[in-house]
Design a binder for this molecule. Sequence first.
Ligand SMILES: [Zn+2]
Length: 670
Amino acid sequence: MAAIRYRQVHLDFHTSEFIDRIGADFDPAEFAQTLAASDVDSITCFARCHHGWLYYPSKTHPELIHPQLSNRDLLPQQIAACHARGIRVPIYTTVQWDGRIMREHPEWLAIDGNGNYVDTQHVPAPHFYHTICLNSPYREFFKTHLQDIIDVIGKDQIDGFFMDILFQVECNCPHCRQKMTGLGMDPDQKNQRYRYAALMLDEFKTEITAFIHNQLPDAGIFYNSSHVGPKSKASFKDYSHLELESLPSGGWGYDHFPVTSRYARTLGKEMIGMTGKFHTYWGDFHSLKNQAALEFECFQMLAVGAGCSIGDQLHPNGRLSPGAYDLIGKVYASVKAKEAYCRDAVPVSPIAILTPEEFYPDEPHNLGLPPSLVGAARMLQELSWPFDIIDSQMDFSAYSLLVLPDQIPFSPELSGKIQAYLDQGGSLLGSYDACLDKGPASELYGVRFLAESPYYREFVLPNAVIGKSLHREEYVMYDRAFDVEQVPGARSSVLMDKVKPYFDRSGDRFCSHQHAPSSGQTGHPAVIRNGNAIYFAHPVFRLYRKNAPRWCKLMVRDALELLLGQSPVSHNGPSTLITALNEQPRESRLVLHLLHYITEKRSEEIYTIEDVIPLHNLELRIEVGPRQVRRVQAVPAATGISFRQEAGAVYFAIDQVLGHGMVALDYERS
Ligand SMILES: [Zn+2]
């Protein structure tokens, strides 16, 4: 397959049958010209929408062609016009949402344990959100539909398929119950139905990928579930690449993409991020995102090693919005200039966070991002420590340090794998209940678990080792800790103590509005070091996600520096500066990304970015190891930057970062 395109548009076209003249103003040449002028190099266009209508001259289902479609060749003409300009056109079709099937084939819909249709969206009617069951006769309909697209559009015109909406929903329909019984699963148990749904989705994807690849071996294939995480890992073999749908002003927020992408990039697939040009979310007609927000979202994709995709929706009349493509063009002109510094780049990541998402119970949850994972990712990002996110099956040896955030179930296998990693010189920072053996002793951390703390909030006392830049007085910790003690005779050492409050706020005792203050009495250890491992008794990452106490972040920073020394990317800038360091081995260069955009919650419903606030006089230290750096340049402008190299690090200053800056460090080929 050709390298993934970096400047994509995902052109929604869910179009009601109550609107007439669909596609009437579509002009293929104008359509492709608008895209080309905006530097778009791939656009996903619609064969079939969530309303259930087709936008091409179907042979097998002519009755499903949109009844108001003026131009029955809409999709073929979109493809031909774009191909003439070298723009790829993956084909969109819907899988589990279809308004027409909802009305005409209710027997194909998934039903829950109470016999109700499954609706994951909770949008008041009218809508098209009742999930279709893929074990129903719909599966044959879907394959006939795919074959119809292939036959009508023509194999030589098909770049790939984007198949939307593959959701793990517990279906209690007769087809699913029968299949579950055949597998020895109990269809009366909700969690078993949910687990079976994952197996069924994997099996469906394998079947559909084989069906497509049989005829189109080079077609791109992606199945969209609105989240890419460890729970879907088994089926990524059936995807040609990954698309990370994450609209920050939709339900995903600004924390979803940085976390998801740092896991997805370890899976060995090319990937794109997907945001939207909408001010809020899909279907937000006649709205434009602030340019600064769109810049940040796309440039962050480049920084984590992804290409870009911007969601749009075509007006029913078939004409692209000039405003939207002016906006997209401004951002994509910049992406085009930067692309060469981003392709095939390998992230420099000394740290891996082990994701707790892998261990989530088999039940529905919102996008699968545990607060402790988001808290850990935020801390590292704000501290300018580059990191990946991995699962327990992956190789740990590529990393200098593993972070186990708060809640990783203990197992002898995982603990043994981590111990072997430590024995090979790896380091570990774990907290609270992260692979903590609650038996006689935790070998990893050199502590013995005693109990949950009797206090819902305690304090910690900073010292010259942990919390060294803080005042030498108590700081509150906003969540209940574990009480642990050193294993007698172990080589572990206490780095920080907890301090007890006068009493817990419970029973008939309380003081003031919140927790009782410090009694001054030393409690159990708060932070313990055991060789290359440091353990925090508090859930510091969840706690940071909840309240963002800066003192927790600084305590973690001190622990990281004890284990690893300085970050490979250090600077004198603010915590709002996001950094990423990537290497392009073939080009013999390191590429540093500097992102400075500040997200704000200006409204009740969404976060956004309106302005670019420049940063001035930034001083940087970049670890380059044995590489001999010969040139440092701001790119893509190729403006030289004076630098000095000393003891494995390069030092330089940048006058101004305006939103997104990139610096290439070219080194001698060895
Ligand atoms: Zn079913």
